[in-house]
Design a protein around this ligand. Structure first.
Ligand SMILES: NC(=O)c1ccc[n+]([C@@H]2O[C@H](COP(=O)([O-])OP(=O)(O)OC[C@H]3O[C@@H](n4cnc5c(N)ncnc54)[C@H](O)[C@@H]3O)[C@@H](O)[C@H]2O)c1
Length: 305
C-alpha cells in the first residue's frame, strides 16, 4: 500500500456478524479507508480485524482492531453492537436490551469528534438512532440509521422479477419503520418516469403478498440460518461510501424528519454532512393510515427512553 487511507471508519460491534460483514463489504467495494474493529469482546474483534485485513492486500483500504477512544475520533462511526433477534422475535422487542448498550457506547467514545457521522445499524434501528443522537450530543443530521434501505432492496428485487427492469431503475421505497410496521410506498413508485402501478406487468399482481414477503424476509432468514448479515453489510457500506465521498445518493435511511417530529425510515440524500435532504413522499389514503401506525409506534417507543 503506497498511500495510507486518509479517512477512518470505526465499527462498534465489529466482532460480530453484521459489523464484520460491513467492514469486509467496505473494503471489497474498493473504498480507500482505514476500518477499525471495536468490540467489548477483544478476541472476536482481534480475529475479525486480522481476517478482514487479509483481504486488503489488493485493495486500497485497511483493517485493524481499535479502541472506543479512537472510534470517537473517526470520520464515520458505525454501531452494530447489541443483541440480535432470535427466531420468531420482533426487532422492537430488542429495545430493552439494546438501548443501554447504545448509551454506554456513546459515553465510552467521548469526546466525540464534532464532525463525526454516526450510522446506527443495531435494532430496533429507528428508536436506537434517536437514542444515539441524544446520548452522543451530535446534531440530528449527523446521526442516522440504516432504516428501510435493506427492505427497499428486497422490494426492488421482487419488482425487478415481475417487471423485467433492473432493480436500480425502479424507484420504490419501503417506508416508516425497519420493523413490523414498514409499508410499501406504492403511490409514489415509478419506473422510467412512469407510475409503477401502470406498468403492464403489474396488472393483477398481489401487492399485499409482496409487502408480506418483504416484511417477513428477515424472519425467514433468521429461522433458516440464525441471523442476517450480507444484505445489511452491503447496505451499510453503501451508506458509508455516500458519507465519505459526498455522493448525495438517496436511500431510505432512518433520519430525523422535522415535520414528523421524530426519526423515521424515509428517503433522504446522504452526503458528507450526513443527511442533506429529506423528501416529501406522496401517500394514498391506505398508506397514510400505515404511516400513522408506524409514526405512533416509533414515537411511543422513543418516549419510553
Ligand atoms: N438494521 C438492519 O437492517 C439489521 C440487519 C441485521 C442485523 N441487525 C442488527 O445488528 C445487530 C448486530 O447483529 P449481529 O448479527 O452482528 O450480532 P452478533 O451477536 O454477531 O454481534 C454483536 C456484537 O456486539 C458486541 N457488543 C455487545 N455489546 C457491546 C458493547 N457494549 N460494546 C461493544 N460491543 C458490544 C458483541 O460482543 C458482538 O460481537 C443486532 O441488533 C441486529 O438485530 C440490523
Amino acid at each position: 500500500m503506497s498511500t495510507p487511507p486518509s479517512q477512518r471508519v470505526s465499527i462498534i460491534g465489529g466482532g460480530g456478524n453484521v459489523g464484520a460483514t460491513i467492514a469486509f463489504a467496505l473494503l471489497a467495494k474498493g473504498v480507500s479507508v482505514e476500518v477499525l474493529i471495536v468490540d467489548k469482546a477483544d478476541n472476536a474483534a482481534h480475529g475479525q480485524a486480522m481476517d478482514i485485513d487479509d483481504a486488503s492486500f489488493s485493495l486500497p483500504g485497511t483493517c485493524r482492531i481499535g479502541t472506543f477512544q479512537e472510534a470517537g475520533q473517526s470520520d464515520v462511526i458505525i454501531v452494530t453492537a447489541g443483541a440480535r433477534q432470535k427466531p420468531g422475535e420482533s426487532r422492537s422487542s430488542l429495545v430493552d436490551r439494546n438501548y443501554e448498550i447504545i448509551g454506554s457506547i456513546m459515553e465510552s467514545m467521548k469526546p466525540i469528534r464534532p464532525t463525526a457521522r454516526i450510522l446506527v445499524v443495531s435494532n430496533p434501528v429507528d428508536v436506537l438512532t434517536d437514542i444515539a443522537q441524544k446520548t452522543s450530543g451530535l446534531p440530528r443530521n449527523q446521526v442516522l440509521g440504516s432504516g428501510t434501505y435493506l427492505d427497499t432492496g428486497r422490494l426492488r428485487n421482487e419488482l425487478s422479477v415481475i417487471t423485467g427492469v433492473s432493480s436500480t431503475s425502479i424507484h420504490a421505497y419501503m417506508l416508516g419503520e425497519h420493523g413490523d410496521n414498514q409499508f410499501v410506498g406504492w403511490a409514489s413508485a415509478t419506473i422510467g418516469g412512469q407510475p409503477l402501478l401502470s406498468h403492464p406487468k403489474m396488472a393483477g399482481v398481489d401487492r399485499e403478498a409482496i409487502h408480506e414477503r418483504v416484511r417477513r424476509k428477515a424472519y425467514e432468514i433468521i429461522e433458516a440460518k440464525g441471523s442476517t448479515y450480507y444484505g445489511i453489510g452491503l447496505c451499510a457500506a453503501n451508506i458509508t461510501e455516500a458519507l465519505l465521498y459526498n455522493t448525495s445518493q438517496v436511500y431510505s435511511v432512518t433520519n430525523y424528519v422535522e415535520r414528523f417530529g421524530c426519526y423515521m425510515s424515509w428517503p433522504a440524500a446522504i452526503g458528507r454532512g450526513g443527511v442533506e435532504q429529506s423528501f416529501e413522499v406522496r401517500l394514498d389514503d391506505a398508506e397514510k393510515k400505515q404511516f400513522d401506525v408506524a409514526l405512533d409506534a416509533i414515537k411511543s417507543a422513543c418516549a419510553k427512553f
